[in-house]
Ligand binder design. Structure first.
Ligand SMILES: Cc1ncc(COP(=O)(O)O)c(C=O)c1O
Length: 385
């Protein structure tokens, strides 16, 4: 029944059909496209589309999450807003003062906050073509202008990036290793990029896949984050730690940078279970190491199997991450390979939306999955001749 007391607040606005209008820069955003886990008819597929850990999650992290002996905490209460124990654990593992660590709801939140804190309308946010798709969203979200530096054979090039820096540049994003290409900027190149950037430009080095690098590889970004004023490094528990579903990321940099991100992050942005599981996962470095070794071995084997199809136009791009991007230039197209793999029960990542209709990104799965994927690609390539 109509409430006799009710008076529309603004009759004229109802009459003229006014409605909220989003900011132009928000309306210009193409939403992030997540990796799929089902086929067109909804059937469950083996998911090699989102760069998750095929070995799952550390048993310690699973136990901490479910909560044996007191549990992750009382869900009726808010979680620790500052993730003290988790930041202390990260600090101890990486040799960083915990005060210089900020947690995020996945590293996604931190990438967005970095752009929001340091760029706005009239400013440029720079990243390389075929970089992680969140960078463009992060730039547009805060009204800044995304500026895309050309790649060189799918990889970032320091001189090309520097050539795009202007007085308007406020933030530079670089993923190292990069998604979706798997390319890697070595330490000397990253140092050169940093030293040539003006000090007022924030360099965000997104190390979502850093733990997959060989044990002795180091792009030097953490040292830059500790010793300079304008480098922020982001990391995640979503990849090698196998906790994508818990949404835990972190960033480190100069205290002034961390302070700004703390001002605008969600106050309780990490859940009880996320904090408990991530802390336990940190204690299980044996799981991390076995995941790294597995990935290295299977990536090498898979890349070799794809390279053997070079006469059919398949080329695996060099990857330092937990996936391989394959370029298709022969009779078998990336789209046909994507569909053929789906018919065989695998969902991979075809990337026309990111300007890569000629490429398929395939996450490294188990050994038997990679054997089957390689066999399907070979059959498809031979049939397409
Ligand atoms: C390069 C890169 N950065 C950041 C992320 C975001 O990870 P999360 O928000 O799960 O920490 C991803 C996820 O795919 C990624 O590929």
């Amino acid at each position: 029944m109509a409430d006799p007391e009710f008076q529309p607040a603004a009759e004229s606005s109802i009459g003229s059909r006014l409605r909220p209008v989003a900011k132009d820069w928000i309306a210009a955003i193409h939403p992030y496209v997540p990796g799929k886990s089902t086929g067109v008819d909804g059937q469950k597929l083996i998911k090699l589309s989102a760069n998750e850990n095929p070995l799952g999650t550390s048993a310690l992290a699973l136990a901490a999450r479910i909560g044996t002996g007191g549990g992750a905490g009382d869900p009726a209460r808010y979680p620790d807003p500052e993730s003290h124990a988790l930041r202390a654990g990260l600090g101890a593992l990486h040799g960083i003062d915990p005060a210089r660590i900020v947690m995020g709801t996945g590293s996604d939140e931190l990438l967005n906050l970095a752009a929001q804190a340091f760029a706005g309308p009239g400013d440029d946010v720079l990243f390389v073509r075929y970089g992680f798709s969140v960078y463009e969203i992060a730039a547009r979200r805060c009204g800044a202008t995304p500026v895309i530096a050309p790649d060189i054979d799918y990889a970032a090039d320091v001189d090309v990036l520097l050539g795009c820096v202007t007085a308007r540049t406020c933030v530079v994003f670089i993923a190292n290793p990069n998604n979706p290409t798997g390319s890697y900027l070595p330490r000397a190149d990253l140092a050169r990029l940093h030293s040539a950037l003006p000090g007022n430009v924030l360099l965000v080095v997104d190390q979502a896949y850093a733990e997959y690098l060989d044990a002795d590889a180091d792009d030097g970004a953490l040292a830059l984050a500790l010793n300079t004023d304008n480098v922020l490094v982001t990391r995640t528990f979503s990849k090698i730690y196998g906790l994508a579903g818990e949404r835990v990321g972190w960033a480190t940099g100069a205290p002034e940078l961390i302070d700004m991100l703390n001002r605008i992050r969600g106050p309780f942005n990490l859940t009880l279970t996320g904090q408990a599981a991530a802390l336990a996962a940190l204690q299980d470095q044996a799981f991390v190491e076995s995941s790294r070794v597995h990935n290295h071995a299977e990536r090498t084997r898979f890349a070799a199997a794809v390279a053997a199809l070079g006469n059919h136009g398949l080329r695996p791009l060099p990857s330092e991450a937990n996936f391989v991007l394959i370029e298709f230039s022969g009779a078998l197209t990336a789209e046909a390979a994507y569909k053929g793999l789906m018919d065989d029960g695998f969902i991979t990542r075809w990337l026309p939306g990111q300007g890569l209709p000629q490429c398929l990104r395939i996450t490294i799965g188990t050994a038997s999955e990679m054997d089957r994927v390689a066999a399907v690609l070979r059959n498809l390539a031979e049939a397409a001749r």
